[in-house]
Design a protein around this ligand. Structure first.
Ligand SMILES: C[S@@+](CC[C@H](N)C(=O)[O-])C[C@H]1O[C@@H](n2cnc3c(N)ncnc32)[C@H](O)[C@@H]1O
Length: 236
C-alpha cells in the first residue's frame, strides 16, 4: 500500500527478459492502484468491518519496488510453487508467475504453479483479464482459488517454496498455519506492511519470531515494512 518508489525509479534490469507489453501493463496497473489508494486513509485498513466494502473495487497492489524485490527473491530461490494470500486484481501474481516461468525455463522441473486466492468474484474476474493480457504462459501457470482461502488452501498444496501474505492482517496467521505443513525446508514467507500494521500483525509476528518457531526472520526496510522469514525447522 502507498508505494514510495515509482517503477521508473527502479533499475531497469530487475525484470530483464520480461516481454515489454507485460512491463508496460505492470506500470499501468501500479499507477492505477496508487491513484485509487490516494482516496483511502490508513484507518480504513484498521477496521475489519469496513475494509472489505471500501476496497471491494480497489487494487491495493503490492508496491512496485516490493514486487520487483519479490520477483528477484523468487528467482534466487528458484521458486516453482508459490502461494499468494490475497490476489485482488492480480498484480503481484504476475510477478510471481513471471518468476516461476523463468525458473522452470532455466532449470526444468516444471510445470510450476502460482496458487492465488481471492474471495471477491469481481476482483478474480479482473485478475484473469490482466493475466490474459500478459499471454498464455502467465495465465497458464496461475491456479486461482476463488473463495475464502481458509477453505480453498486446505487441499492440493505441496512443496511450497514461497508464501506471500498480502492480505488483511487478521488472516496472516491462520494462512501461515494452513500452509506451513506444506512448506519445504528453506521456504520463504513474505508479509507486507509489518511496520505500519505491526499492532494488528501482533499474533503473526509473535508466532514467527518465537524461539524455536522454526523460522528466522527480519523486517526489511521497505516503506511500511516487509517481513521476510525463512522456514528452517529442526530435525527431531
Ligand atoms: C492487499 S489485496 C492483495 C493485492 C495483491 N496481492 C496485489 O499485489 O495485487 C488483499 C486481497 O485479499 C482478499 N481477501 C481478503 N480476505 C480474504 C480471504 N479470507 N480469502 C480470500 N481472499 C481474501 C481481498 O478481497 C483483497 O482483494
Amino acid at each position: 500500500m502507498a508505494a514510495q518508489a515509482h517503477p521508473s525509479s527502479i533499475p531497469e534490469n530487475t525484470l530483464e527478459g520480461v516481454p515489454a507489453h507485460i512491463v508496460a501493463l505492470l506500470d499501468r496497473l501500479h499507477d492505477e492502484s496508487l491513484k485509487q489508494e490516494a482516496s483511502l486513509r490508513p484507518e480504513d485498513f484498521r477496521n475489519d468491518e469496513t475494509v472489505h466494502d471500501l476496497t471491494r473495487d480497489k487494487f491495493i497492489a503490492l508496491d512496485a519496488d516490493k514486487a520487483r524485490y519479490l520477483y528477484m527473491l523468487c528467482r534466487a530461490i528458484n521458486a516453482k510453487t508459490i502461494v499468494e494470500a490475497g490476489t485482488s486484481f492480480g498484480v503481484s501474481t504476475i510477478y510471481l508467475a513471471l518468476a516461476v516461468l523463468a525458473n522452470v525455463r532455466a532449470t526444468g522441473g516444471g510445470p510450476g504453479r502460482v496458487i492465488g486466492t481471492e474471495h471477491e468474484p469481481t476482483k478474480a474476474a479482473r485478475a484473469r483479464e490482466h493475466w490474459r493480457e500478459c499471454g498464455d504462459d502467465v495465465a497458464g501457470v496461475i491456479d486461482l482459488r476463488e473463495g475464502d482461502l481458509r477453505e480453498t488452501l486446505k487441499q492440493d498444496l505441496e512443496n511450497v517454496d514461497l508464501l506471500l501474505l498480502d492480505i488483511w492482517t487478521p488472516m496472516a496467521l491462520p494462512t501461515l498455519k494452513l500452509v506451513q505443513p506444506k512448506m519445504r525446508y528453506g521456504a520463504v514467507v513474505i508479509a507486507d506492511n509489518t511496520i505500519s500494521a505491526a499492532s494488528s500483525y501482533k499474533d503473526f509476528l509473535e508466532y514467527i519470531r518465537a524461539p524455536n518457531s522454526g523460522f528466522i526472520s527480519q523486517t526489511l526496510p521497505f516503506h511500511n515494512g516487509l517481513e521476510m522469514s525463512i522456514y528452517l525447522p529442526q530435525k527431531n
